[in-house]
Design a protein around this ligand. Sequence first.
Ligand code: ADQ
Length: 421
Amino acid sequence: MYDFVVVANRLPVDRVGERWQASPGGLVAALAPVLRARGGCWVGWPGETNTTLAPFSTGGIELVPVALDETDYTDFYEGFSNSTLWPLYHDLIVAPQYDQTWWERYVAVNERFALSVEKQAAHGATVWVQDYQLQLVPGLLRKRRPDLKAGFFLHIPFPSPDLFRQLPWREEILSSLEACDLIGFQRGTDEQNFRGLLPADASVRTGTFPISIDPKAITPGDPARVREAVGDPELLMLGVDRMDYTKGILQRLLAFEQLLESGVDATLIQLATPSRERIEHYRKTRREVEAAVGRINGRFGRIGRPVIHYVHHGVAKEELGSFYAAADIMLVTPFKDGMNLVAKEYVACHPDGSGALVLSEFAGAAVELHEAYLCNPFEVDSIVRAMHSAAHPDPQRMRAMYEWVTTHDVDAWAASFLEAL
Ligand code: ADQ
């Protein structure tokens, strides 16, 4: 039995051959010390369907796997989580689908997670539930284990009340979240949107806790090698994203194309990790991005000198630092984003005031990183204007952001949430 339980859709592990290896990430980095100090465990899905595993430990963290079968994956994960909630909470960039069967699976899988937590949690334990896939867990725990203290953190945006009210199962989700001792949001706007759905005298505690990165885990590496590999360009721009329609990758490419049309000599590296590839909207996003990359390279590239270097697979964290450090301009242009850690990782790789960040007003990170070159990703011209400004950056702006990111790291984030809880 544990006094502290973190529950998230995913366990922080990946299978490497026959073994399970801790997968690096800010959340684990922040929570591992807390889990160790408080004798805690992490409940989650190991990332493979039809895999039933006994609890095990890796990297000094106790892990409790929850099994998902193929139907759970399609209806709970791809369906309700990523084709209903994800687009709804990102302000309908694509239309959410409302499907009773998916909802029923979402309920069933949330019950399975809650049951696993109940088994692991000691009397009076603190449970920290992560993200939109598990919004029913707090309500289930409150009913069956009123002794537990439950916190919930939403990593993605919370939509305006009018959008949220579209959801056929809005009452169920709201009443579960209201059972929390504390709900954390990325931005004040998310918190206000949520509170807008509650009666004025509602007693549930909410707060704003912008997530951050572990600056020690991302280091500049070898930027010269990256620049050399792409032909030592005059101006090097970079995009790093999951291939997701929320990230505004196509708009960014169109802005880059416009910049080249205006005679600016620049090269772009776009790293895109494959994501949710069985969902049609994600496949469409990929097709559009790849068509644009091909077209723009066809128009402006020369043999051996493409203007866009595009990679559609994950890049190791150790290597990512070299790309960040090499880039003169980082392009972060999501239509909507809870926070966007890529923006903060880029800043962390520029301690000397070099570089410039073009950042969407609609990323949670814009609240803290207001020294970035802000743009409206729905207006391609706005991205182009920000690119032009960022081509002649004021080093004070990057220094100010570096100072902020390194003093407001993910440890501080976890500590502030847990203290408030
Ligand atoms: P994501 O939507 O996944 O996260 P983000 O915050 O940018 O977005 O985190 C992505 C992470 O994956 C970063 O640490 C980045 O380094 C890594 N990554 C992205 N592309 C990569 C690539 N091509 N190769 C290798 N690594 C790559 C969700 C929300 C965000 C919120 C986070 C954390 O959507 O808004 O900031 O959770 O709360």
